[in-house]
Write a protein that binds this ligand. Structure first.
Ligand SMILES: [Mn+2]
Length: 317
């Protein structure tokens, strides 16, 4: 598969690299890592994200970040999607085109003409790394920085479930290529926007505990988001802090937007929250999953999710 995917990519001249809507460091790092390799080999490459205003700015230190645009070129030979579990996460219209789908979500819907999906890898950056390695592609320093960012962002700096020796070995090889782990950690963690800090302060003073304090829940209404000046992107990964509380097994975050309620779930190793996201057509992993619910009140969604968690995940009597 890795050889076939690379052959397909080499045949194309005009290539668009697609990251998913409401992007994270994995999808951004993956497209930027591919970007420099393809650009250096003379391809015409476009970096695409459909929700440009939601780009997390802590990744702006990566070379090429400012080239990410929300318009597709009129003509192209090939699309490559990175870290997207379903076609609608790309934010583009369907059409008659070739698409290489590179991902690591077990819920991936294999919507590409070629699907390079590794559900046991902890980030898509690792799939890109394997693609380069299998095809003996030399990795330039700016791509190495992007891949290292993918790896650390999707593993919470090597601390979430799914981290294995492959993640560490790859990180080690990227360090040998010149990556500074200290620089990347400082750029990502030391650039927290004030609105995010305020959103966290609200969360820590307002969350609820349920089921003998095994589930922590936080809801961010539109009013709350507005009062601290935060948007959806500022809530990214914020609920890990609730999962860190002693005894908490599952953390739930609800976030209200004009169109829907966004639900994020995190759990410890004994609970599979992807069971819930599957019921809503969402995606994710065993310990980190998410989905959106339209046309319902936030309070009702919360009650519904807590009921489902108690019967399907916690198995509370
Ligand atoms: Mn990912």
């Amino acid at each position: 598969m890795y050889k076939e995917a690379w052959r397909k990519i080499k045949e194309a001249d005009r290539i668009v690299l697609l990251s998913h809507i409401y992007p994270d460091g994995d999808t951004i790092g993956s497209i930027l890592a591919l970007f420099w390799v393809l650009k250096n080999s003379g391809k015409r490459v476009t970096l695409f994200n459909a929700t440009k205003s939601e780009l997390p700015l802590e990744f702006k230190f990566l070379d090429g970040f400012s080239k990410i645009q929300d318009k597709l070129p009129n003509n192209f030979d090939l699309l490559i999607s990175c870290d997207c579990s379903s076609f609608d996460r790309l934010g583009i219209e369907g059409g008659d085109f070739e698409l290489v789908n590179i991902d690591h979500h077990k819920s991936n819907q294999k919507f590409g003409s070629i699907n390079l999906v590794e559900p046991n890898f902890s980030s898509t950056g690792l799939v890109i790394y394997r693609l380069f390695e299998e095809n003996r592609v030399k990795i330039p320093k700016n791509s190495a920085y992007a891949l290292y960012t993918s790896i650390v962002d999707d593993t919470g700096f090597f601390s979430y479930g799914g981290v294995d020796s492959f993640a560490f070995k790859t990180a080690s090889k990227l360090i040998d290529l010149g990556v500074s782990p200290e620089y990347i950690a400082r750029k990502i963690r030391g650039n927290e926007p004030l609105c995010r800090v305020r959103l966290r302060a609200y969360m820590l003073s307002s969350f609820d505990l349920r089921f003998d304090a095994s589930v922590a829940v936080i809801s961010f209404s539109k009013e709350v988001l507005k009062s601290v000046g935060a948007t959806r992107k500022d809530s990214k990964n914020i609920i890990h802090e609730l999962l860190n509380i002693a005894n908490v097994k599952i953390a739930v975050m609800l976030l209200e937007t004009d169109e829907y309620i966004k639900v994020s779930l995190r759990s410890d190793e004994n609970y599979d929250v992807s069971k819930i996201s599957e019921l809503y057509g969402g995606g994710g992993h065993k310990r980190a999953a998410g989905f959106e619910v339209a046309s319902k009140e936030m309070k009702d969604v919360e009650t519904e999710i807590l009921n489902l968690l108690s019967t399907k995940v916690l198995n509370v009597e």
